[in-house]
Design a protein around this ligand. Sequence first.
Ligand SMILES: Cc1cc2nc3c(=O)[nH]c(=O)nc-3n(C[C@H](O)[C@H](O)[C@H](O)COP(=O)(O)O)c2cc1C
Length: 389
Amino acid sequence: MSENTVDSLDTTLNAQLTEPLKFAYWVPNVSGGLVTSTIEQRTDWGYDYNVKLARTAENNGFEYALSQIRYLASYGADHQHEATAFSLALGLATERLKVIAAVHPGLWEPAVLAKWVATADHLTKGRIAINVVSGWLKAEFTALGQPWLEHDERYRRANEFIRVLREIWTAGEGGADFAGDFYRVHGYDLKPKPVDVPGRPHPEIFQGGNSTAARRNGGTVSDWYFSNGKDYDGFTEQVEEVLGHAKTAERLAPVRFGLNAFLIARDDESEARETLREIIAKANRPAVEGFRDAVQQAGNATGDKRGMWADSSFEDLVQYNDGFRSQLIGTPEQIADRAIEYKRRGANLLLLGFLHFQEEVEYFGAKVLPIIREKEAELAAREPQPTAV
Ligand SMILES: Cc1cc2nc3c(=O)[nH]c(=O)nc-3n(C[C@H](O)[C@H](O)[C@H](O)COP(=O)(O)O)c2cc1C
């Protein structure tokens, strides 16, 4: 391993302390909101609401919007808009927001997706990204007539999927060649290539999943690793393991980390806590329990039983991405303190969900974000600066 590689990996955590924390929000493109609860949610999964929300978000400190993909009514989400189409629409309706669309290997051919992304990237002037999700909902694959691979095979396929995409987007003269167990391309010369954005070799590749196999892919092939909601130690454990894989693979470009959190910011801490209590008290029990059964196909289906939802309680699953576990719940000041601690532990981005998206994204931009920015300036002044690499 070259010294340069070691240095750049060892300074990854320090280097990101000098960069502002980034924010993404979950696009509510499926019905039922981000919590499986009968509590009132002034959030709408439709297009008009989402356009207004996207514009509000880009004016309130959000750099990214993540669209989910579900193909079937499932556990409180009865209706869903498809993620790539919806992301493109939001990209066209905004000016700066980067839109991330979730895609499943096994349902998309990577070369077709590479072509789709290149066009969408031109239409949005370089603002398209993807989130590669390996899937947990077997019924979706069955309904779509596709085989359901065993957990770690899904991740081996996702690993190839990401490598083929990157090869197609960056191939020089003669086009892309790839011969894997799942995918093959032969001299595929994509024209036009995605937009040339300084500092971005190709559209960014995010990845959802927290199992051992997901961590390996995160460290070796993805640009971004998304953690489900976690407490400090749970997040640190993942960062260390993923960076370990990056180091072993002698990876040059840094892997970046996003952490999911359901944010409940209120002027009074007791008000925020009361909202959380009410969300859980009004949980849609059959839907949460059905979800708990279905996600046994995720990390729990592996030999080491690690991964998303492997140790989630009923209360955790009311936010189906464990978003309460990050505890961004309280006053703006309290939330800012936790955000800074996650940043110190390696987070480059916080992926946020809300109860009433429109109002709460505005509140976040007005009340929470300015405190985070103040505190991160203090943090950068306090912590040792990275040495030049
Ligand atoms: C931030 C994030 C977003 C995700 N989005 C989706 C999605 O839109 N559709 C989907 O089917 N699964 C989604 N997943 C779930 C993953 O596909 C995967 O099934 C899950 O993370 C379990 O992975 P694990 O077994 O590696 O822990 C997402 C996961 C994360 C962390």
